[in-house]
Design a protein around this ligand. Structure first.
Ligand code: BG6
Length: 487
């Protein structure tokens, strides 16, 4: 099965923060992989812009070593790399001063799509937006890509939206949440809305509860300054997990089109109940042997920021009333795994007598990473004579196995998202009102634990987080799925 690639139109992509970690680790390697796939037109150009005193040659060398580090060996074709690198250039530029802006204006071509990628700290978003306008660099067809974090709370998100709205129309603004670019996240919408099988059951009548887990084994060393001010709630829940929740819970949009999808997501966020303290468990990883604790990693011995959070969340609408959504995310957990599990209710009456011990019932697991795929647990008869014994088997689909080459070669989220920006497709990007609604829900939750002075519970690294997180489910007779990278 050869994958179909439609080249995009010629573009000039300016990466502000072009020498930064995100540019080198994600943006440039993703562009190279799209180039390799034949999606970048030969006339495309990528301009790295940053404060560092470099010239184009030095920038190209920097990009080359990034490709060597972040692109899989089998994808590193020296001729292709050389051709790709030719598309890159560098401009020394100061977001808060005049350096480089005239040069940038001269470098941009008329009549090609312009993309301005704000791959910088949020403190510079407003400066960049204003300077783009001052120098009249954005035209009717430009796009501005804004990275996370989009604000720290509702007030800062509103202020940022207001600055952007003064400078650009909403349809020029692409707020990235890279979770939306993940292949399986997009698949979630296809599974729900392109099959007749699931949608009739996708409601409180048939779904007992939903679990969303994003577990990581890494700690926060190296990002301590940012992370200690954010914590798991701001870093993961308000954005990535909220997006997953929206895609699972939303009503079918009339079309797979940017505003139709975003309108439905917004309704979900607005239907979220406030979360009482007894439905929240926050944790912080402790030291284990040579592995430093969270507080050591961030260099703040008194930090009360959470590196783990589990919550029971309710969506108060007709479809979901009575079905809890359990969210759980954390650093330094047992495995790196992101998945969504939809646990269906028991049949109303068992004609086979006793239930199975540890019966999990029908469950659909959508695995985002690693080993992207889906599993549907069904109950069948245990083979052989000796009465009617029941067992559960997974109907299992690993994309890598089922789709062969194409399944194994799942593009990075950034590849899809950057190409969408160039195509002018905002469906997988967050609209300003969505981001604000998510903060409006998150702010009082955060304010609640700050006012109460709640301390996160310590947890042992490489486990499942604090005991209390298990209790969050046990109290209603439910269980979390094991944190495991096996489907
Ligand atoms: C980022 C968070 O947005 O997402 C990180 O800031 C987190 O803390 C990362 O590690 C997770 O992304 P992924 O794609 O590795 O699941």
């Amino acid at each position: 099965m050869a994958s179909r690639v439609i080249p995009v139109k010629p573009f000039d992509l300016v990466i502000f923060g072009g020498t930064g970690d995100l540019a080198l680790r994600k943006i440039i390697p993703s562009l190279y992989r799209r180039f390799l796939a034949g999606q970048m037109p030969p006339q495309a150009r990528v301009i790295g812009a940053a404060r560092r005193d470099l010239d184009t040659e030095a920038y190209r060398r920097m990009a080359l070593s990034a490709l060597e580090e972040f692109v899989a060996e089998e994808k590193r074709d020296p001729e292709k790399i050389a051709a790709f690198i030719e598309m890159l250039s560098y401009i020394r530029l100061d977001a808060r001063g005049e350096t480089g802006w005239n040069e940038l204006a001269e470098a941009l071509r008329e009549g090609v799509i312009r993309v301005f990628y704000f791959s910088v700290g949020p403190g510079l978003f407003a400066d960049l937006a204003r300077r783009l306008v001052k120098h009249r660099l954005n035209d009717a067809d430009s796009r501005v890509v804004v990275e996370k974090p989009f604000g720290h709370d509702l007030e800062s998100a509103r202020a940022l939206n207001a600055v952007l709205a003064k400078c650009f129309d909403e349809h020029h603004i692409y707020r990235i949440d890279h979770y939306l670019g993940k292949e399986t996240v997009q698949n979630l919408m296809v599974v729900r809305f392109a099959n007749t099988l699931f949608e009739p059951l996708w409601n409180a009548q048939y779904v007992d509860h939903i679990q969303i887990t994003v577990a990581e084994t890494v700690g926060v060393a190296g990002r301590g300054e940012y992370y200690d001010r954010a914590g798991a709630m701001r870093d993961m829940v308000q954005n990535h997990m909220m997006q997953l929740l929206c895609l699972i819970a939303m009503e079918p949009p009339s079309l797979f089109e940017a505003d139709a999808v975003r309108d439905e997501k917004l309704k979900v966020i607005r239907a979220l109940d406030p979360v009482p303290p007894e439905n929240i468990v926050r944790g912080q990883y402790a030291r284990k042997g040579d592995i430093p604790s969270y507080r050591e990693d961030v260099g703040n011995p008194e930090s009360t920021t959470e590196s783990f959070i589990a919550m029971e969340v309710h969506v108060s609408n007709w479809r979901w009333s009575g079905t809890p959504f359990y969210l759980r995310t954390g650093k330094r957990l047992k495995a790196r795994v992101s998945e969504i599990a939809v646990i269906f209710k028991e049949p109303p009456h068992s004609i086979f007598g006793r239930r199975l011990p540890n019966h999990a019932g029908n469950m659909l697991v959508i695995r985002l990473q690693p080993n992207e795929g889906m599993v549907l647990n069904v109950t069948i008869k245990e083979p052989g004579p000796g009465g009617m014994r029941l067992m559960e088997v997974p109907l299992d689909m690993s994309f890598a196995e089922a789709l062969g080459e194409n399944g194994a070669d799942i593009p990075d989220a950034y590849e899809r998202l950057i190409m969408d920006v160039i195509r002018g497709n905002q469906t997988l990007f967050m609209r300003g009102d969505e981001v604000e609604a998510a903060w409006a829900w998150a702010d009082p939750i955060i304010a609640g634990w700050e006012e109460r002075g709640d301390e996160p519970l310590p947890y042992e690294p490489f486990g499942s987080g604090p005991e209390d997180a298990l209790m969050l489910m046990h109290r209603s007779g439910r269980r979390w799925r094991e944190i495991s990278d096996e489907l």
